[in-house]
Design a protein around this ligand. Structure first.
Ligand code: SF4
Ligand code: SF4
Length: 501
C-alpha cells in the first residue's frame, strides 16, 4: 500500500446534533468533500479535499459546520517547518512545480501596517468632510512640462489625453477566462456606476462589455490574446503588461480546458488550446522597443488613449520606471509581490519581487529627482486592503491604486487560494456553469459599489483629519506619514520619519 505522507491542511468539523442531513454542503462543494452515507443516514467529510473556501459553512442552514486548521503536526523545527515538509512531500509525489493562486502569503513585512497617518490638532485645523468640499477626483496621464502660449498670449491646450476617476481607485487586470463572465460584469457595472475604471486583463473584451468602454482599460500582454483595432479603440486606455507582481519574470498559462465557448472567441484562439503568454514580449528587449509599441498603440488609436505600462516591483524598479517614463507611456502601474493571480508557481510567488511600499516610494523619488515625475502618473497595486492603505500609498507617491483581491473579496472570495483548480465555489475564478451562476452580478456589482463608497468616505475623513482637502495635495506628501518599528534603512527608502520625530 502506498504511504500517504501528506496530511490534510484543514478538518471539516460537523456538529451532528445540529446537522439535519439536508445535503446542502454536498451540493455546494465542488471539491466533493462532503458525502451522504445512506446506510448510516449521516453526512461525512473527506478532510483531504477541503480547501477551506467556507462555502458550505456559509450556507449550512443550522450552522452545524466549521473548518479548523488540522491539528496534525510533523516533528518540525525552526528550519524544517510543516509547510516546507509538506511542499517537499508533494513534489516528491508529483514531480511537478507547486502551483498556487492569489498573492504572496509569506510573513514578509507589510509596510502599510508599520506606517501611521498624521492628524491636525491646533494649527492647520482639520476639515469636516461632511460640511466642507473634499476633492477625491484624480486625473491620470502625462502633464505638460511647460505652459505654451499662442501668438495672442493665450494658453495653448497641449494636455495629452487623461483618465478621469472619481476617486483614486481602479479595478486591476483580471482576464475573462481567469474569472467568470458574471465577475467581469460585476466589475464593469461597478466601474461605470462609480465613475472609475476596470481592466480586461489579457483575455480580450467580451462583446457584451464593449458598452462599458469608457470605464474600461484594455490590456495588451505578451500573448496578444483578443487584441485587434476594435478592441484597442473600445477602451478608455490601453495597458501594456510587461510584468505582474504575483509572478515577476514569468509568463502565464490558462489551460485548454478553460478555453471554451465565449472565452475562445474573445481570446481569438481555438477551443481547447492552451493560452500561453510568453515571459517576454517577443518584440521588446529594450526601452526603445517598448517605446515603439507605445507609439504603435497610440498611432492606431489616433493619440486619443493614454497608454499604461504595468511592471512587477523588482529590485531595480526605480531605474526601470525612469526608462518607462521616457518611453512615451502616460501611466506606470507598479505591482508589488503581494498582488493576486489566478495561478502562479508557488516558489515564484513567494520568493520573487519586492513589496509595493518601498517600490512605490523609490520610483516616486527617482522620477522627482530626475525632474520627470509629471511625465507619468503612478498607479500602485499589490494588496491594497483598505482605505488606509490607499491614503498611505498616495502619500508615498501614487496617483491612484488598483485593487484586485479586495474587489474579489467583495464579490464573495474567501481566499482559499485554489483559483488555479478552476473550481471556485463562489463562482468567481471558474467557468463551470453550475458554479458561475452562484455569483449574481446584480449583487456583485452592488457590493463593489458599497465597498468603494465606504472607502471614499473614509478617505475623506482621513484627509480631513490631516487638514488636506484634495488627493492632489496628499500625493507624495510624506510629512503626513511616520514609521513605527522600522529601521533606518527602511525609513530612508520609504522617505519617512519615525514616529516621535
Ligand atoms: S472546500 Fe469549501 S465547500 Fe468544500 S468542504 Fe471545504 S469549506 Fe466546505
Ligand atoms: S476566487 Fe474563488 S477559488 Fe480563488 S481564492 Fe477566491 S474563493 Fe478561492
Amino acid at each position: 500500500m502506498a504511504v500517504n505522507y501528506i496530511y490534510p491542511d484543514y478538518e471539516v468539523v460537523r456538529n451532528n446534533d445540529k446537522c439535519i442531513n439536508c445535503r446542502v454542503c454536498e451540493k455546494q462543494c465542488a471539491n466533493d468533500a462532503h458525502e451522504y452515507l445512506a446506510d448510516m443516514d449521516k453526512m461525512a467529510a473527506d478532510d483531504a479535499k477541503c480547501v477551506n473556501c467556507h462555502r458550505c459553512v456559509a450556507l449550512c442552514l443550522t450552522r452545524a459546520l466549521k473548518i479548523v486548521k488540522s491539528g496534525n503536526t510533523y516533528r518540525e523545527n525552526a528550519n524544517w517547518n510543516d509547510k516546507s515538509m509538506n511542499e517537499l512531500y508533494r513534489q516528491a509525489s508529483s514531480g511537478g512545480v507547486l502551483l498556487s493562486s492569489m498573492g504572496n502569503p509569506e510573513p514578509y513585512p507589510v509596510y502599510f501596517d508599520k506606517i501611521l497617518i498624521n492628524a491636525s490638532q491646533v494649527t492647520n485645523p482639520s476639515i469636516d468632510p461632511l460640511r466642507e468640499p473634499m476633492e477625491t477626483r484624480v486625473t491620470l496621464g502625462a502633464k505638460p512640462q511647460i505652459v505654451e502660449r499662442d501668438e495672442k498670449g493665450r494658453i495653448k491646450n497641449n494636455l495629452p489625453p487623461q483618465l478621469k476617476l472619481s476617486m483614486p481607485v481602479m479595478f486591476s487586470a483580471m482576464s475573462y477566462g481567469s474569472i467568470s463572465y458574471n465577475a467581469h460584469e460585476s466589475l464593469a457595472r461597478a466601474a461605470e456606476e462609480l465613475d472609475i475604471l476596470y481592466n480586461t486583463g489579457e483575455g480580450g473584451l467580451h462583446e457584451d462589455f464593449y458598452r462599458y468602454g469608457k470605464n474600461t482599460i484594455v490590456q495588451v500582454a505578451s500573448g496578444r490574446f483578443g487584441v485587434h483595432p476594435g478592441y484597442l479603440e473600445a477602451g478608455a486606455a490601453i495597458e501594456i503588461k510587461m510584468g505582474q507582481g504575483a509572478k515577476p519574470g514569468i509568463g502565464g498559462h490558462l489551460p485548454g480546458s478553460k478555453i471554451v465557448g465565449d472565452i475562445s472567441r474573445t481570446r481569438m484562439i481555438p477551443e481547447g488550446s492552451d493560452a500561453i503568454s510568453p515571459a517576454p514580449h517577443h518584440d521588446i528587449y529594450s526601452i526603445e522597443d517598448l517605446r515603439q509599441l507605445v507609439y504603435s498603440l497610440k498611432t492606431v488609436t489616433g493619440f486619443q488613449k493614454p497608454v499604461i505600462v504595468k511592471i512587477a516591483a523588482v529590485h531595480n524598479v526605480a531605474v526601470i520606471a525612469s526608462g518607462i517614463a521616457r518611453s512615451g507611456a502616460d501611466v506606470i502601474a507598479l505591482d508589488g509581490f503581494r498582488g493576486g493571480t489566478g495561478a502562479a508557481p508557488a516558489r515564484i510567488r513567494d520568493n520573487v519581487g519586492i513589496p509595493i511600499e518601498p517600490a512605490l516610494a523609490s520610483v516616486d523619488k527617482r522620477l522627482r529627482d530626475e525632474g520627470i515625475r509629471d511625465r507619468v502618473s503612478i498607479v500602485a497595486s499589490g494588496s491594497i486592503r483598505s482605505s488606509a492603505d490607499i491614503v498611505k500609498a498616495v502619500a508615498l507617491g501614487a496617483d491612484a491604486v488598483y485593487i484586485g483581491t479586495a474587489a474579489l473579496l467583495a464579490l464573495g472570495c474567501h481566499l482559499c487560494r485554489s483559483c488555479h483548480t478552476g473550481k471556485c465555489n463562489w463562482g468567481i475564478a471558474t467557468q463551470i456553469p453550475e458554479l458561475t451562476k452562484r455569483l449574481n452580478p446584480d449583487i456583485g456589482y452592488a457590493r463593489l459599489v458599497n465597498l468603494l463608497t465606504a472607502w471614499e468616505h473614509e478617505i475623506k475623513e482621513m484627509m480631513g483629519g490631516m487638514g488636506i482637502n484634495s488627493i492632489e495635495a496628499l500625493k507624495g506628501n510624506r510629512l503626513m506619514l511616520r514609521g513605527i518599528g522600522l529601521n533606518e534603512k527602511e525609513l530612508e527608502v520609504l522617505g519617512i520619519k519615525h514616529a516621535g520625530e
